[in-house]
Structures are given as C-alpha cells and as structure tokens.
Ligand binder design. Structure first.
Ligand code: FES
Length: 342
C-alpha cells in the first residue's frame, strides 16, 4: 500500500505501508516524523485526515478519538491500517528524518523473547526481552510490546540504557483486568516469542543540553528515569550536573530498585538527590528500617514517610537550568505539573 501525505508547506511525501501495519508505524519506519506521543491510542496527538482511500480502524473505542471529527474523516494514525492506497493530511508540519540518523534507532519491528522475570514487590515485576537483532534508543524512550494472544500492543519504557543493544529491560505494575499485565504476571513463559516496535517517544535525556534534571516518578513510571540515571552514570554526567529523583510509592513494601538507587547515591553523594515518598504508611517500623538503611548511604538520600511526590519538590534546588521529567499515574502527573508551573 502507498500512503501519500499532502502538505501545505512542501511537496507530498509518500511511503509504503503493509496491510497489517498501523499508518503511524509505517511512517516512522520510513523516517517520516509525523506527530505522536503515546503511540497506543490514548492521547490523540497522531490525528490525521483521510482524503482518499480506505482504512481499517483497529480500536473503535480508543480514548484518543475523543476530540476527533470522525465525520470529516479524521482518524488516529496509531490505530488505523491502510487497506488501499491512501492520501492523508496531517495538521502539523511533517519532515523526513536525515539519513545520518543511526539506522538502529529508526523505529522498526523486531522479534524477541522474554526472560528474567523477577517479582520486585507484590504487584511489580521486572523482565527482559532479548531481541533477534540490535536496536538503539535514547534514555526515556519506550517500545510497543506485542504479546502472544493479547490484542493490541502496549507501551513500556526501557529501564536499562545502552546505545546499541539486543537486551531491553522493563518493569510493569500489575493492573486489575489488564491483559498484558495478566499475561506477564500469571502466565509468563521464559523464552516466549514476542514482537517489539520502537524505539518511540520524545521525552528523552539529552546530555548535550547540559541541564540539571528533576525526575518525578510514581510507581513503575520510574522505568525511563532509571535509564536516564544509567546513562548519566555511564557518561559521568553526575560529576558536573545535579539530578534529583523523587520516587513515590505507597508503603515501604512497595519500594523497588532500592539497591540500584543506593549504589548511585553512594557514588555521587553531592550531586544525586533521592527522595522516596511513601504516601500510605501503616507500619512505622518498616519505615524506620528503611530510613536506617539509606541514612548511611548519602546525606542526600531521604525517605519521606508521608506526602505525595509533588509535595517534596525542593524549589530552592530548581533553577532555569533544570529540566523536569514526570511519569506515573495521571493524578500524580497532573499534581506535579501544577506544582512546577506554580
Ligand atoms: Fe497517542 Fe496515537 S499517538 S493516540
């Protein structure tokens, strides 16, 4: 199938798409930088208009369709597959990525297998995917995982960082009735074949910007931030710039990645600030134990036994040179944005 994007600001752009391939993924695979955010049907930022041709809409009730003018032919590129040659329009400027972009970081489908399942807390699981060929990604990016027998793909941020790798590490929180979560928690099969598409996402660590970082994470939202910390560690970024991580979970039992955070905090006692914010403490003795376990590590490693992530932002440590990243449950993200804007 051939898809043509007609543009106000330039010549039309054409690219090929397979019949079972979402328009968004085909465009990105062809180095065309169309707009998107979630790549999974929830945000609505991949809105486009069908001028001619036929599409198959794979998710009729996608939340991202709320603001679309369906009668005018608007559709989500991340949810529709071309059934014939199509002409489409996109409301924002579209460009072709330069050829010098590293080929392994162009989004593509890669088969892989899952392994290394590790239950980190009662409802948080880590696992790895070994890919059949190398990929590259920026810290903070995510992949779409297609699991066997699960309809649709789900987005997960990589926890590890490497410029080029065949191994991707992920962390997932168990979600009631979540199909992916059910598969991974209840029937994980060491070595099971899956497929990933990516890398995707624009919220990435760019060391060349030379900024201090403020990382605000709720639960498994810490994934991409662990990748940023890993990269910062690899390139010695923390010898020059400050990074502050505020990591919110419910109770002491819900804390994960503690050994990794302790190791980093010990290595960069002056430039890495870590606060673990516990929002629902019902056993004070667990908290005391946790506080004792981090107090010897670094003066800048704290356990807060009450309050949400946004309540622990230390305004005196932020400046015009601070770049903030936020990930977690929507109420936590909204409260953090409001706090930062204020
Ligand atoms: Fe978010 Fe398509 S990119 S709905």
């Amino acid at each position: 199938m051939n898809i043509t994007i007609s543009r106000k600001d330039g010549d039309p752009l054409s690219f090929d798409a397979n019949a079972d391939e979402k328009v968004l993924y085909a465009a990105l695979r062809n180095r065309i930088s169309v707009p998107y955010e979630c790549a999974s049907g929830t945000c609505g930022s991949c809105r486009a208009k069908l001028v001619s041709g036929e599409l198959n809409d794979c998710w009729a009730d996608a939340p991202g369709k709320k603001a679309l003018k369906i009668r005018r032919g608007e559709f989500l590129m991340c949810q529709c597959e071309a059934q014939t040659d199509c002409e489409i329009r996109i409301p924002s400027p579209v460009a072709v990525q330069p050829h010098n972009k590293l080929p392994h970081s162009i989004p593509q489908s890669i088969p892989g297998s899952v392994s290394a399942f590790n239950q980190l807390t009662a409802d948080v699981l880590s696992f790895s995917v070994t890919l059949e060929r190398e990929t590259g990604f920026q810290a903070g990016q995510f992949m779409l995982l297609q699991l066997p027998g699960v309809e649709g793909a789900r987005a997960y941020s990589m926890v590890n960082y490497s410029e080029k790798t065949r191994q991707l590490d992920f962390v997932i929180k168990q979600i009631k009735d979540g199909k992916c979560s059910e598969w991974l928690f209840n029937s994980p099969k060491e070595g099971a074949k899956i497929s990933v598409f990516g890398p995707l996402g624009h919220a990435v660590f760019e060391p060349q910007l030379e900024r201090d970082l403020l990382l605000l994470a709720g639960g498994s939202g810490i994934a991409g931030m662990m990748a940023m910390l890993a990269q910062a560690d690899q390139i010695g970024y923390l010898n020059t710039y400050n990074i502050e991580l505020i990591f919110g979970v419910r109770s002491a039992d819900d804390v994960f990645y503690l050994p990794d955070l302790k190791r980093l905090a010990q290595r960069y006692p002056d430039n890495l600030y870590v606060t673990i914010a516990l929002s629902e403490v019902d056993n004070q003795s667990d908290v005391v134990e946790l506080i004792e376990s981090v107090s010897a590590v670094s003066k800048n490693f704290k356990i807060a036994s009450s309050g949400f992530v946004h309540e622990h932002i230390e305004v005196s440590r932020t400046s015009i040179n601070t770049m903030a990243f936020i990930a977690g449950p929507p109420p936590m993200v909204d409260a953090s944005i409001r706090e930062l804007l204020t």
